[in-house]
Write a protein that binds this ligand. Sequence first.
Ligand SMILES: [Zn+2]
Length: 340
Amino acid sequence: MAFDMTDPAANPRIEIPSRAPSATPTDDVVTPFEVASLDLRGRVVRLGPAVDEILTRHAYPQPVAKLLGEAVVLTVMLGSALKIDGRFILQTQSDGPVRMLVVDFVAPDKVRACARFDKGQVAEAIAAGAGSLLGKGHLAMTLDQGPDMNRYQGLVALDGGSLEDAAHEYFLRSEQIPTRVRLAVAEELRAGAGGASHRWRAGGILLQFLPKSPERARVADLDPGDAPEGTEPHVVEEDEAWVEGRALVSTVEDVELIDPDLSSERLVYRLFHEPGVRVFRGGPVRAECSCSRANVEAMLKSFSKDDRDHMVEDGKISVTCEFCSANYMFAPDEVGATGE
Ligand SMILES: [Zn+2]
């Protein structure tokens, strides 16, 4: 998949600024950056109202909301880095308490998300203080550029780890790019006149090592794969630039990623001021569903007549969007079904 973490030349929407890091924090924005002296590129995602709208509307149990929030950050980070227009879908499917996460990013700036989970198992996992709600399964990333174009799909196994782990694995195996991702989601409590109020906030940072000579991009933790048993693992010395970049990004704390008073630019500057960092103008993100009456109608018409007939209840067909809860009602004859 052609992710491109900065490349302002390829994207006329981004201008190269020459100003000092902004002190004013901005929410719902993706900020690309480049540390040229270390061949590092990355982006910071900062979500306030957009992630709050998605998570508050669903009102999932708190750990499920948190996990979905992480998936939203990861999707925005990757979807906004695709050079081409289209829909980027991140989806997990697994045997854990959270069966499925779906986040859908429509270029250039729309995101929506939902989760399916087993209520009982989530409650048990919360009571037991269990770490991962994902379990074993897979994470799929799909790029859909419309009905006449090939869909591109990348898959990575989920093995009881976090979404960060899965992202590292994906970039290592599928793209062979040394990558570190940090994701954070939290509920902010604010004292107000009418009592305390909750707001979801989320943030993340992605860092990649993209040297001009590819042999510098080797990484140490690639296991020997299907090499014969007993083969000594090949000891690889990682490039110093990547070792330094990875060490810097590993110091980022959750609170820095969600702090409403710390701008993305200041965070990047705090991390990389020594090697020198260039920050590009960010793009906005908003929570917006792409469902419509016309889409739902087309979807219903794609079913068999028998299926449609079975969907008629009380003389109508009712469809609720799983992402945004919008309800669409059709008379049976509108979609070629026979009413009771
Ligand atoms: Zn919708």
